[in-house]
Design a protein around this ligand. Sequence first.
Ligand SMILES: [Zn+2]
Length: 338
Amino acid sequence: MAEMQQNLDIAQIEQEILRCSSLGELESLRIKYFGKKGLITQKFAELKDLDPNKKKEIAKELNLFKSSFEENFSIKKEKLENIELQQVLLNEKIDPSLFYATNERSLGHPINYTKDRIIEYFRNLNFDLCVGPLIEDDFHNFQALNLPEYHPARDMQDTFYFKDFKLLRTHTSPVQIRTMLAQKPPIKMICPGATFRRDYDLTHTPMFHQIEGLVVDEIGKVNFTHLKFILEDFLKYLFGDIKVRFRASFFPFTEPSAEVDISCHFCNGEGCRVCSHTGWLEVLGCGVVDSRVFEAVGYSNVSGYAFGMGIERLAMLTCQISDLRSFFETDLGVLEQF
Ligand SMILES: [Zn+2]
């Protein structure tokens, strides 16, 4: 009997149950006492060999122990199940108000990301960041940029007009005009922003973004060589190890004018679908500011250069996107890829 009491200490088993900190530990304890080879299971099995009086006494004790165990076990089990459930609920919590959650840090929308990278480059060279209105008048959008009425170059741009002859700006160049009208030279500025033209296909959307730059200083202080140097450096910053070439071109507001190509980084200049098998990608336009633009804003004895680029075009080339319209369709499946 002394042996029995030692093994069946009800207070001790209560403590053992209390100390369990997981359902796994609790189950191990159950197996220890009531498993197939458990201590109590064995003692029940041994009952058959005892004489009837002893058998009755020990059976009573075993049953007392068993019911005490079962009671404590089920209370503890319920507690642990609750704790584990709370843990699961906490870990698997879904916040339906959360539009999109990921552990990966997003670079943002490809257009904003590309725009920010471009701005960062020029801000590091102390270019001022300038903005202007989206709704413009004919003077700032066309006339002051050497695009007088009936100038054939106006056909290059399909313009959204309002009834009162105001218009949605077709480029960010009017910001350059507004800045020159408001400030004396020297000027060193970039102007990013939305622009509008009546176009809609694989490579055109009615709203798109440009960044233009303008540098003006005393005559002789800035020239085409400066422009060439800064744009080559900028394009290498944006695209890495590429070749840059300048092609003579025409813009009404610059003379001379050039279009700038980079060697195709998709095929290393070998020729592919993206570069129309030429090995070159057109990325921006630039030139020395036409004297008639300076006349329009009342500047004299100055020289300057300007450049402009489409942000969508650069984002398509850096993020490898083939359809421009996917930028504006808010398809998370597409945008997530960046
Ligand atoms: Zn190519």
